[in-house]
Design a protein around this ligand. Structure first.
Ligand code: CUA
Length: 339
C-alpha cells in the first residue's frame, strides 16, 4: 500500500472518530448519577463508547477509502479479479473483536458483582407495581406504605419487586438501573443513593392505557430526615384526627399525581378534579360519601365524562385498610366542599 493511501485512511479515520466523539461528549446523554451503583456504571458506559468510536472510525475510513479508490469506471462491465482468503487478515479481524468483547464482559461482570453486593444495615423496601401506580412499603416500619419512594442517603437499599397484573419496569435514570416487576415472581434491585434530591420513577415497560402516567418520585433524604419521616408517617396514618390521617393517605398513595385538589396542593389533570366531587356526585345521582367511596374502591362503576376508563388503579379497595379508606373519604368530603 502506498504511503499516500495510509495517510488518507488515517485522515478519514480521525475525522470520523472526531465527529463521533463530539456527538458523544457534546450532548448530555446521561443524567448526573445519584447512586454508588450509577457511579460504577457511568465509567463502564464510557469504556464501551470509546471502543465503539474506534471501531466506527476504522470502518468509516476503510469504507470511504474503498468507495473512492476501487470504484469501477462507468463503462467497465468486466468481472473483478478472483480473490482467495487472507489468513493473517482473518486472524486479526477475529482476534481483535474477541479481545474487545471479552474485556467488556469482564469489566461488566466486575461492576455487576460490586453493584449487587448489599452493604451492612440494609433498608428493605417492597415495591408493588400495578396498572398504573407504584407503591412502596417499608416492612421495618410496620408496613408503612407510600406512593413516593423515600430513601436515606448513603445507605444500602434492597428493593423487592412484585406486580399485581402485568409486567412493569422500574427505572430511575439517575440510579442508572432498571428492574422488571413481574407477576408471580419477586425480583430485586440494590441501590445506594449518594446524592440528595428528587428524581423521577418511570415505568419503562408498556403496560396498558395508563403506562405513560405510571410515574412517581424517588426522594433521597438525609438519614435524620428519613427517620423523622418514617416515624411521623407511621403515626399520621393511624392518627385519630381523620383530617391528618386522610391527608397522609392521599399523599402516600399519590392521588395528587393524577388529580387536582387545592387542599393538597395537587394540580395534575390526568384524572377528574377532586375539588368538583360534590358536582360529580350530583351528576352520578349518589350521596357524596357513597360516591367517593365507590369511586375509590370500584373506579369503573362511574367514570366522569371526558376521562378514560380503567386508568385509575382498581386495587385501592384491597390496598387500603378500612381505617385508611374511611379517613380518605372524610378528607375528600371536607376538602372538596372547601374548594
Ligand atoms: Cu407500568 Cu408501564
Amino acid at each position: 500500500m502506498r504511503r499516500g493511501s495510509i495517510a488518507s485512511l488515517i485522515g478519514i479515520g480521525i475525522v470520523a472518530g472526531g465527529i463521533a466523539a463530539a456527538v458523544a461528549l457534546a450532548l448530555p446523554w446521561l443524567p448526573k448519577p445519584a447512586s454508588k451503583e450509577a457511579d460504577r456504571i457511568d465509567p463502564l458506559f464510557w469504556f464501551v463508547i470509546i471502543i465503539c468510536i474506534v471501531v466506527f472510525a476504522v470502518v468509516i475510513a476503510v469504507m470511504t477509502y474503498s468507495i473512492i479508490h476501487f470504484r469501477a469506471a462507468p463503462d467497465d462491465d468486466s468481472d473483478g479479479p478472483p480473490i482467495h482468503g487472507h489468513t493473517n487478515l482473518e486472524i486479526v479481524w477475529t482476534l481483535i473483536p474477541t479481545l474487545l468483547v471479552t474485556s467488556i464482559g469482564i469489566v461488566s461482570a466486575i461492576v455487576l458483582s460490586r453493584n449487587d453486593a448489599v452493604g451492612a444495615n440494609v433498608l428493605r423496601v417492597n415495591v408493588t407495581a400495578q396498572q398504573f401506580a407504584w407503591s412502596f412499603s417499608y416492612p421495618d416500619a410496620k408496613g408503612l406504605t407510600s406512593g413516593v419512594l423515600r430513601l436515606p442517603k448513603d445507605r444500602s437499599v434492597l428493593l423487592t419487586f412484585t406486580a399485581k397484573d402485568v409486567i412493569h419496569s422500574f427505572w430511575v435514570p439517575e440510579f442508572s438501573q432498571k428492574e422488571d416487576a413481574v407477576p408471580g415472581i419477586s425480583t430485586h434491585l440494590h441501590i445506594t443513593p449518594n446524592r440528595l434530591g428528587t428524581f423521577p420513577v418511570i415505568c419503562t415497560e408498556l403496560c396498558g392505557l395508563g403506562h405513560a402516567v405510571m410515574r412517581t418520585q424517588a426522594i433521597v433524604m438525609s438519614p435524620a430526615a428519613f427517620d423523622k419521616w418514617l416515624h411521623s408517617q407511621s403515626t399520621a396514618v393511624t392518627s385519630p384526627n381523620a383530617g391528618v390521617a386522610g391527608a397522609a393517605v392521599f399523599k402516600n398513595n399519590q392521588c395528587g399525581a393524577c388529580h387536582t385538589l387545592a387542599a393538597a396542593g395537587a394540580t395534575a389533570t390526568t384524572g377528574p378534579d377532586l375539588g368538583k366531587l360534590p358536582a360529580y356526585a350530583k351528576t352520578a345521582g349518589k350521596p357524596l360519601a357513597d360516591f367517593i367511596r365507590q369511586s375509590i374502591v370500584d373506579p369503573n362503576a362511574y367514570v366522569q365524562k371526558g376521562y378514560p376508563k380503567s386508568v385509575m388503579p382498581q386495587t385501592f379497595g384491597k390496598a387500603l385498610s378500612k381505617q385508611e379508606l374511611d379517613s380518605l373519604v372524610q378528607y375528600l368530603i371536607s376538602s372538596s366542599k372547601k374548594g
